[in-house]
Design a protein around this ligand. Structure first.
Ligand code: C5P
Length: 234
């Protein structure tokens, strides 16, 4: 058991300002209900349940700030407006984060089933001295590079590949340095740290930390939650 205060010094930025076009739900993806609970609420509660996160900065579309705050009462949460792309949304969250935080996590609202153990592994690795830490899984499919016509150019050696999840963890000063100025949009924050030439460490991810992108992913997440609920009642 960890002491309740072990989240001191760790702030999580939760970018949830995407439109979710690929999900086709008609509302921003983070606000879509998953077994009745919006994904963004599940993601916040998952971070706080780890006992290693003291505060969460939630980043949502500008017209959803009040709505998101209303969904998250009685939690150590700040809600701010996001930007045009994920990198800009994370930068907005970082600007609102406690300047004295030592560790910053960046987590996708679109990974609502991420186990607390993954959050703890990432924070532990940063606390142990890594500047940047990402949770990863081995790639199980064969991966090929194709040209613009879809013709195979090469087969990539998958043994050296990893699929990358969130939360990604950083020494706060290093993430702020990586976001200084106007960085090129990236699909993750470790990419910004890599661009500075700094090492990025890996820890084990978890299949449950998958990203909900399509209606299929949403269905899988619903089925997993239904299965978990059934197991609890037997
Ligand atoms: O689009 P994708 O699924 O890669 O988005 C990953 C995360 O980044 C999601 O949680 C999404 O809400 C967030 N995002 C954001 N601001 C944007 C675009 C995406 O906060 N402008």
């Amino acid at each position: 058991m960890r002491a309740p205060s072990s989240g001191a010094g760790v702030v999580a930025v939760l970018p949830a300002a995407g439109s979710g076009v690929r999900l086709g739900a008609g509302v921003p993806k983070a606000f879509v209900g998953l077994a009745g609970v919006p994904m963004l609420v599940r993601a916040v509660d998952g971070l706080l349940a780890s006992d290693v996160v003291g505060h969460v900065v939630v980043v949502v579309p500008a017209d959803q700030v009040a709505g998101a705050a209303a969904l998250l009462p009685a939690r150590p949460v700040t809600v701010v407006a996001g930007g045009a792309d994920r990198t800009a949304s994370v930068a907005a969250g970082l600007a609102a984060a406690d300047p004295d935080a030592e560790v910053v996590l960046v987590h996708d609202a679109a990974r609502p089933l991420t186990p607390a153990a993954v959050v703890r592994r990432v924070v532990d690795a940063v606390r142990a001295g890594a500047a940047a830490v990402i949770p990863v899984l081995p790639v199980t499919d064969t991966v090929k590079q194709v040209d613009a016509d879809g013709v195979v150019v090469s087969t990539v050696d998958r043994s050296a590949l990893r699929a990358v999840q969130t939360p990604q963890g950083f020494r706060a000063a290093d993430l702020r340095r990586a976001h200084a100025g106007t960085p090129d949009p990236r699909t993750d924050d470790a990419g910004l740290v890599e661009a500075l030439g700094d090492p990025v460490a890996t820890v084990a991810g978890d299949p449950l930390a998958f990203k909900v992108t399509t209606a299929w992913d949403l269905r899988i997440a619903e089925l997993l939650l239904a299965g978990a609920a059934r197991e609890e009642t037997v």
